[in-house]
Design a protein around this ligand. Structure first.
Ligand SMILES: [Zn+2]
Length: 68
């Protein structure tokens, strides 16, 4: 097992984070990587923005899909 994520792994975890909650270990390792990597920090920020935009779109448009 590797102590630190590579950028590729960090990107993957950032994407996975949109679909599921990461484990404590995953989150810690990701945090460590983001602490030393600006490009992945930016990537994470973009993913968050995209996610929020997608949620806003889902709410605004296809309201009959996920609504109870
Ligand atoms: Zn990185």
């Amino acid at each position: 097992m590797r102590l630190f994520y590579t950028c590729k792994q960090a990107h993957q975890k950032l994407s996975e984070n949109l679909d599921r909650e990461l484990s404590l270990v995953e989150r810690t390792q990701l945090k460590i990587h983001l602490g030393m990597c600006d490009s992945c920090t930016n990537f994470g920020r973009q993913m968050k923005t995209i996610r929020m935009a997608m949620q806003a779109m889902a709410k605004g448009k296809s309201s009959d899909q996920d609504e109870p």
